[in-house]
Design a protein around this ligand. Structure first.
Ligand code: ZN
Ligand code: ZN
Length: 326
């Protein structure tokens, strides 16, 4: 029996690769899954998906290794032992598998546009009143405070930011990252701080209505790490980089960043975007079920929207009554 066990080990190929990810397969079109990994601080969701994607490949490779093993046992006259120990052989093949589809997919992927919300809302112009929700001076003060700057430091940049983001929005730092670097090694032990340095992309973006502006400021800023404030930009609609500005993927490369495990002083208020994202998900679900929601201002989630010349002029959804004033 001992001898047989030893022989089994010898018959099974030494190097096993059950997954063979094509170099053209990546996660660039799967930022929704990246976002799930960021939210849960775990790659588990991605592993679930990847094992599903490569299920057929895995079983056909497994079949190949089993056949290889069976043939070499057969030629030594051990066909019976193969039949008898097939499950153990299968286990051995799994144990020896050195390929990881998730690692390969990540290796093939590009960086992803992220933003870190500073939890600060800037109130700009609104459509119904002719003045700003707060003065430019007040808005600049809030930006400076969030960026740990004193008056006199980058005043012009900050004014440019506030004045060009006329409708206001959320104060954010944009940066590029391989998403797995923002998943901590131990899910129970999340990052404590995040440092932004280099030429930092600072934006005021309004994801609800789709507007905003950004500037680059040479900062060195360490903030407490609050996972709730970290987002894959494409997953928060309207996404600033893609839907609002149509930027190339490398647009926020100039922001350098690193996470840390030592707590950082100060606090960062919670972003409103988590709620917004949940609301969006509900709208999406309702739309996919064939219906729509009154008050959902994304016209893509309504059907048969028509223009009406009446007063006031605008577009109306005949199903839920949502109205877009002209
Ligand atoms: Zn066969
Ligand atoms: Zn509708």
């Amino acid at each position: 029996m001992n001898r047989t066990a030893k022989q089994l080990v010898d018959y099974v190929p030494q190097y096993v690769s059950l997954y063979d990810v094509d170099y053209r397969d990546d996660l660039d079109g799967h930022e929704d899954i990246q976002e799930e990994c960021i939210r849960s601080n775990s790659l588990e969701k991605l592993y679930e998906k990847a094992y599903k994607w490569y299920e057929e490949q895995e079983s056909s490779n497994m079949h190949g290794y089993l056949e290889e093993t069976r043939k070499s046992m057969e030629s030594d006259g051990c066909a019976e032992q193969f039949e008898e120990h097939e499950d153990e052989i299968r286990e051995l093949i799994y144990d020896r598998n050195g390929s990881d589809p998730v690692k390969d997919l990540i290796r093939n992927s590009s960086v992803t546009n992220f933003f870190y919300s500073l939890g600060v809302e800037i109130s700009g112009y609104r459509t119904d009143i002719p003045w700003r929700g707060e003065s430019v001076a007040m808005a600049c003060y809030k930006v400076r405070r969030a960026l740990h700057l004193k008056k006199g430091q980058f005043d012009e940049k900050i004014e440019e930011l506030v004045e060009n983001a006329a409708y206001g929005g959320e104060l954010r730092i944009y940066f590029n990252a391989m998403f797995d670097r923002l998943v901590s090694e131990d899910a129970e032990n999340d990052f404590r701080s995040i440092r932004f340095y280099g030429n930092v992309v600072v934006a005021i973006a309004d994801s609800l209505n789709g507007s905003g502006h950004h500037v680059r400021i040479p900062l060195d800023l360490t903030l407490p790490f609050r996972r709730d404030n970290l987002f894959v930009d494409s997953q928060v609609h309207y996404s600033y980089a893609d839907e609002v500005c149509g930027m190339a993927n490398d647009w926020c490369d100039s922001t350098k960043w690193e996470t840390g495990m030592t707590p950082s002083t100060g606090s960062v208020r919670k972003s409103r975007m988590a709620e917004h994202q949940k609301q969006e998900a509900v709208y999406e679900k309702i739309f996919r079920s064939g219906k729509c929601t009154f008050g959902d201002m994304n016209f893509k989630r309504h059907r048969d929207v028509r223009y009406s010349n009446g007063y006031p002029a605008g577009c109306r959804c005949p199903h839920c009554g949502t109205f877009w004033i002209d």
